[in-house]
Ligand binder design. Structure first.
Ligand code: ADP
Ligand code: TRP
Length: 377
């Protein structure tokens, strides 16, 4: 295994140099005076003091899709070159919705393969699986004691789930789902994160994280950096085949990996209206296939489809076939890299294990700081 390029590259850089030991590292937070000074000057964001610390997570609750890719993964991959990046597989979070152990194991490996094939570079970031850093759950408890119930009751993730249940039966919602934003706050605060690249659907969770951090700092003294979301407005919400937000939980996704036949079928299932091909479509920009083409096709190709649809004379079947061709082409290199990585799963697991060692060192420091702040030391 040691001779493989993936792990060898990983070892030669991430272990030896270590993301945490980059020269532009933010000074350790142990120094209370520094902390106080920094919080006063920069409102807790420490933006100008060194390498920007970036973090994001994706749940292994199903196959990753275009929404994940354009909303979170690509922006995160871009940021790994600009700062100190922490990217993790949120397997604790997936427990709020998925109860099949074998599937969780499989999806965890799948998510790792998707991230790596998409361009995540383990030499440039810390990449690991959340449950290998149990500090997240301990910090979540500390944070939960300063989190008002009302804050969580207002969260869409919980409210939407309740709204879908017969008679709004809250008893059928597990506590994990209700408390999920607190665990997410712990994920973020443990790494002194400044920037969190996410899709628009996570904006509210980021606001909750900020509220919790500010409240904790107010009660126990400056302890946590206040993070900011980084939402790519152009791809804020990628639509699914039914026009709702594309999501693993809605069965409306176009996956990053999968076989040609089933992906083609998914594309052909995209919902359209009943207007005839000859009709001009002045609202062509609202068409789901056009919105997706803008993501996967060269701009002039997407603009050409849009103009032709607007003018009339293009059938929806042809439009969807055109979308499939572009989508398939766009991810050709991705599929190749993924297949190659998938033939070496042990190396991928080794990358995650090594990442967890690095993540844990950072997490333990912050947890100790938080415990000291509230008298648990
Ligand atoms: P899902 O809703 O499919 O379960 P996750 O909740 O695991 O997706 O989201 C992982 C990341 O991908 C988050 O940052 C989320 O904001 C982003 N994301 C998910 N779906 C979309 C979408 N349709 N458009 C833009 N970003 C998305
Ligand atoms: N809640 C995110 C989602 O469902 C996943 C997630 C968990 C996350 N912890 C995080 C994202 C921390 C960003 C930062 O999409």
């Amino acid at each position: 295994m040691g001779s493989s390029p993936l792990v060898a590259a990983n070892q030669s850089n991430i272990f030896a140099q270590g993301v945490g030991e980059q020269p532009a590292e933010i000074p350790a937070f142990e120094d209370h005076l520094f902390r106080h000074f920094a919080f006063c000057l920069f409102g807790g964001s420490l933006r100008n003091l060194g390498a920007m610390r970036v973090l994001t997570g994706i749940q292994p609750s199903g196959a990753l899709h275009l929404g994940n890719y354009f909303g979170a993964m690509l922006p995160a991959i871009g940021l790994q070159e600009q700062g100190e990046a922490y990217y993790f597989i949120a397997d604790y979070h997936s427990m709020t919705s998925l109860t099949d152990a074998a599937k969780r194991r499989q999806y965890t490996l799948d998510v790792a393969l998707d991230w790596l094939a998409a361009g995540l570079n383990p030499d440039r970031c810390v990449f690991w699986k959340q449950s290998d850093t149990p500090e997240h759950t301990e910090l979540a408890w500390l944070l939960s004691t300063v989190t008002p119930m009302g804050l969580l009751e207002r969260c869409h993730s919980y409210k939407d789930k309740v709204a879908k249940l017969a008679d709004g039966d809250v008893g059928a919602v597990n506590h994990g789902l209700f408390a999920y934003p607190v665990l997410m706050a712990a994920d973020i605060l443990l790494y002194d994160t400044q920037v969190v690249p996410v899709g628009k659907d996570q904006k509210q969770h980021l606001e909750v994280t900020r509220d919790i951090a500010i409240k904790f700092n107010h009660i126990y003294g400056d302890t946590f950096v206040i993070p900011e979301p980084r939402i790519q407005e152009t791809v804020a919400v990628v639509p699914g085949t039914d026009g709702q937000k594309m999501s693993k939980s809605y069965g409306n996704t176009l996956e990053l990996s999968g076989d040609e036949k089933s992906l083609r079928k998914r594309v052909m299932s995209i919902q359209m209206d009943s207007r005839s091909p000859a009709d001009p479509k002045p609202d062509a920009d609202k068409n789901i296939a056009i919105q997706l083409l803008r993501l996967v096709a060269p701009p002039e190709v997407a603009a050409d489809w849009e103009n032709r649809l607007r003018a009339g004379g293009v059938g929806y079947g042809d439009l969807k076939k055109g979308l499939f061709e572009e989508y398939w082409k766009h991810f050709a290199a991705f599929r190749e890299r993924r297949a190659e990585l998938a033939s070496r799963p042990d190396e991928v697991r080794e990358i995650l294990r090594a990442g967890a060692v690095k993540a844990r060192a950072k997490a333990q420091k912050t947890l100790t700081r938080a415990k000291q702040a509230c008298g648990l030391d």
